[in-house]
Unconditional design. Sequence first.
Length: 136
Amino acid sequence: MELREPPQTPATGRTDLVVRVLLVINLITLLVIGGLLLTRTRSVGVDADTALRGREVAAKLKAAGALDEAASLYERYLEAADEEPSARARIAYSLGNTYLDSGQYERALRWFYEAELLADNELATQIAPKIVHSLE
């Protein structure tokens, strides 16, 4: 009995080309996804720092009477910051008061409702009259 290698068919140029194209597409896809994830994680950190400074500026603007700009900065802070519920409730309550002072009752009501959902009992008793005032 004679042992021979099994017959092999040579790979065609077309098959090699398809495999190479698919490998390149996969590599490009991985690079794009990695780049997007890296950019997103970096921008989230920058946004949180910027938002914190924005909160400090918002407090100064509110004290100076620039209520619309202060409210805008408070909103951006709440969007970017990862606050615990009680802190978020206090900020939402402050934002509701800012809108109430500027006569924007619908927006004030929106933030009072959010503050009410997150607030402890002490803050909730302060929010209830503000909600009634916004509705009237």
